[in-house]
Every structure is written in C-alpha cells, then in structure tokens.
Ligand binder design. Structure first.
Ligand SMILES: [Zn+2]
Length: 262
C-alpha cells in the first residue's frame, strides 16, 4: 500500500471510529434491505478490485455511505474505500497505480524522473513542444513558423535521433540549447549550446550590423567589445531612429566601418 492510500485508509477508519455506525445509535443507518444490497457486492470484483466485506457506514452529509474492505488488483494490498467509488470505477487501486504509472514512464525513458531533476535534453524538448504547439498568442512566432520533423513529437524517438546525430554532447553549466539560425526551423543540425547572453543576441528582434569583409555581427556584441561611453539603449534608439553608422550612434571610433542592418 502506498503512503497516500495508507493515509486515506487511516482517515476512513478514523471517521468510522468517530461516528460509530451499524449500532443504530449515532446515525441513521440504511434499511436492512439496502444493507442486503450492499452485502451482495461482497466477493465480487469491480475493475479488478475485489470487495471483501462491507465493514460499515459513515455519514457523509445527509447520507450514509457504505465502506468496503477491498483487495487491490495490483499488489493485493487490502484497503478501505467507499463502495460507490469501487462500483463507479473511480477507485482503481489501493493508491499504488499512480506509483505504477510513474514507474512505467520511468522505464520508457528515465529523463523525466524525478520531476525536480529533469534531464537537460528532456527539459529542452518539452520547452520546444510548448513553444511550437502552444495556443498562447505569446508563442505565435513559433507556432507554424516551421513544422517540426515527426520524431520531435515523441521524446524517446527524439532522444534516439539526438544521440545518433549529436552523440553524447552535453551543455556546460549556464548553457542551454538554442538554434544557430534563428529563422530556420528546429532541427538537430541547427542546434547549438549557447550561454544566456549568446542567446539574447540571437533573438528575432536582434539588430545586426555589417562591417569589414561583410561580417554580420549583433550590435549588442559589438557594443560590448567597443569602448563606447554611450548607454547601450541610447545608442540603440539612435539606430532605431535611422542612424546607420554605429560610430556615430555609439560615439565610439572602435565602431568605425560598422553599419546597422535595417
Ligand atoms: Zn495497490
């Protein structure tokens, strides 16, 4: 019996003790005929749960409810449950089925367990799923921008592809995966490990400048490396207002020859 179901059983037993039942003193008990109907469930199985015995009744609001001692189909543990929950199929196990589901997903791929320590690749994958299939307008740039290859929709398949194409490369502390070419779709070849500041320079609203030998570099990066005394935002707003020459916008000779791309 799992910890949760043990708690559940304890709370039922407590209620049972607090409101003595079947002795007819404390609460209204169901008629003999109704009790007979409940007794008929004894020995029967509902969705695999075997009702061993109707042990009594507890008052729930205005109604009494039959409590049954049952046997769990998965681990044969005995537990107490409302008979109606067993009949309706709401109760599926002593509580161990949740643990079992977790164990099953752990055996599919172990990367989502424990939840607090998702594997970095799983974290990246689920982020992509979220961005690319979200209905949130915030992600409209991602949704439908470039369709993903089919293996992206299934994590184990994605992981196999990743290992085949990229091997066991993994990020350094502070790095995560992003796209090398931000306008191309997510593909294994178009992914790189990048730090936060590298990623910030690679957003679709990043401004670029062209310089010597037709090099294209993010303005933020050029600014960082220049000796400019102008605030970055000031220079950037000059660029946005139409000043193409970075040397002028950022008032720095280090940026001579660089022109903003608009
Ligand atoms: Zn169980």
């Amino acid at each position: 019996m799992s910890e949760d179901s043990a708690k559940y059983a304890v709370s039922l037993e407590k209620t049972y003790r607090d409101k003595p039942i079947v002795d007819g003193k404390c609460i209204k008990i169901p008629s003999q005929a109704t009790q007979q109907v409940h007794k008929r469930s004894e020995g029967l199985s509902f969705n695999g749960i075997v009702v061993l015995e109707v042990v009594g009744y507890v008052l729930s609001g205005k109604h009494y409810r039959a409590i049954a001692r049952c046997r769990c189909p998965f681990d044969s543990a005995e537990f107490l449950a409302y008979l109606t929950h067993v009949h309706s199929g709401m109760k599926k196990s002593c509580g161990c089925s949740t643990d079992r589901l977790h164990a099953e997903s752990a055996s599919r791929h172990g990367d989502a367990l424990p939840k607090s320590k998702f594997h970095w690749l799983y974290r990246f994958w689920s982020g992509v799923q979220h961005r690319c299939y979200s209905t949130d307008p915030k992600y409209r740039l991602y949704v439908g921008r470039a369709p993903l290859e089919p293996f992206w929709s299934d994590y184990p398949a994605f992981k196999r592809q990743w290992l085949a194409v990229r091997g066991d490369a993994c990020p350094m502390p502070g790095e995560s995966l992003d796209r090398t070419d931000n306008n191309a779709r997510y593909s294994l070849e178009n992914l790189r490990f990048a730090s936060r500041s590298q990623q910030a320079q690679n957003m679709s609203n990043t401004l670029y400048a062209v310089g010597p030998e037709n090099l294209t570099v993010a303005i933020a990066k050029l600014y960082q490396e220049s000796g400019s005394c102008v605030k970055y935002t000031t220079g950037l707003s000059r660029v946005r207002r139409g000043e193409r020459k970075l040397e002028v916008a950022f008032e720095s000779a280090d940026l001579a020859g660089w022109e903003a791309v608009c």
